[in-house]
Design a protein around this ligand. Structure first.
Ligand code: DAH
Length: 351
């Protein structure tokens, strides 16, 4: 019997064992199994054999062909695996059990203060609402009783966009939407509107230790039958004593805001200087923290709530200021500085 088959089988085995990469392997495959390959040549040469010889020889060659194809496939797998293993060896070692380095991220002091306030208000049955930063003139001003050309607009130097919208100057911009969202439930089911809505505000301010062009407020509203100033004072005091975890001196004095009547300024004793006077409190010993008041009938009416039947209070807590007081940050500009050394030192633990 022809020993060319055995010779080829041996040769293939040997050559495969020394192949180092896929390109070389492909050449080998073409050399044996391709159109002009040596196994194909064996099959082509069968035409000179007798019928009987062709049968057995053909079967043997086909076996060899199948065997060679299988060995080559296995080799492909092996080479691929080896390539991956080599790549893994080059990768830096990462031990998931090693304790992390002390460069973990941390919450921004304003975020911490916001969460503390949210927790207090949630525990008193308020919902926490999210609202847009780009709003319409109607939302930010007209709906809260500041008509076009009203002098109260001068208090808030506004960034207007080319499309007529604006960056909200106050979280009060969400009041109308909240009244509309929950008003029906109030009228039909007698469920009071109790919502807070924290958010970023923007004003074209000359910056100094206590003014920034970008700052956070947290607005709150409660509307029901027979809501009075006493309710307002109760909620403000509860919130502040919870957030500061100690008795905070506050004072209430009259203040003008078009969306409330009567309106108040709620000041807290400056925690930075203890009331002595410092740049953070403009040397007054007091810091305006939470303007508030009884919601103006026009605002309620504009939000679809009948001011003859319902009353409510609203407040606009200065969240950025609150964070400054709570964490003793002397300059508001540090909060927007991105200075990680300054900002990452506060944690939730110092509640
Ligand atoms: N929106 C006011 C501001 O940014 C703050 C404010 C005052 C909000 C009185 C209120 C309020 O809800 O009742 O200056």
């Amino acid at each position: 019997m022809d020993n060319r088959i055995d010779v080829l089988r041996e040769e293939i085995k040997q050559k495969l064992s020394s192949v180092g990469d896929l390109a070389e392997l492909d050449k080998l495959r073409v050399g044996y199994l391709g159109k002009k390959g040596s196994i194909t040549a064996l099959l082509k040469g069968m035409k000179d054999l007798t019928n009987e010889e062709r049968k057995t020889f053909g079967a043997e060659v086909n076996k060899l062909k199948a065997n060679a194809a299988e060995l080559i496939d296995k080799k492909v797998e092996e080479l691929n695996r080896r390539a991956i293993e080599a790549e893994i060896k080059l990768m830096p070692v990462f031990d998931v059990t090693t304790p992390p380095e002390l460069t973990r991220g941390s919450y921004h002091p304003v975020t911490l203060s916001q969460r503390q306030c949210e927790a207090v208000f949630k525990s008193m049955g308020f919902t926490v609402e999210d609202y847009a930063e780009v709003v319409t003139d109607y939302e930010c001003f007209e709906a809260v009783n500041i008509p076009k050309h009203h002098p109260a607009r001068d208090m808030q130097d506004t960034y207007y966009l080319e499309n007529g919208q604006l960056l909200k100057t106050q979280t009060s911009a969400a009041q109308n939407a909240i009244l509309r969202k929950y008003g029906k439930n109030l009228v039909e089911n007698g469920v009071p509107i109790k919502a807070i809505f924290p958010g970023r505000c923007f004003r074209n301010e000359a910056t100094d230790a206590c003014h920034e062009n970008t700052f956070f407020q947290m607005e709150g509203m409660m509307v029901d039958k027979d809501i009075s100033i006493s309710n307002l004072i109760y909620f403000m005091k509860t919130m502040l004593s919870e957030v500061f975890r100690r008795d905070i001196k506050v004072r209430l004095r009259p203040g003008f805001f078009p969306f409330v009547e009567p309106g108040f300024e709620l000041d807290i004793n400056c925690e930075i200087c203890g009331g002595e006077g410092c740049p953070s409190c403009k040397h007054s010993g007091w810091l305006e923290l939470c303007p508030c008041g009884m919601i103006h009938p026009n605002v309620l009416r504009e939000g679809g709530v009948d001011p003859e039947k319902y009353t409510g209070f609203a407040f606009g807590l200065g969240l950025t200021r609150l964070a400054m007081m709570k964490y003793g940050v002397k300059d508001i500009r540090d909060l927007n500085s991105g200075n990680l050394k300054a900002l990452s030192q506060f944690t939730d633990d110092d509640n």
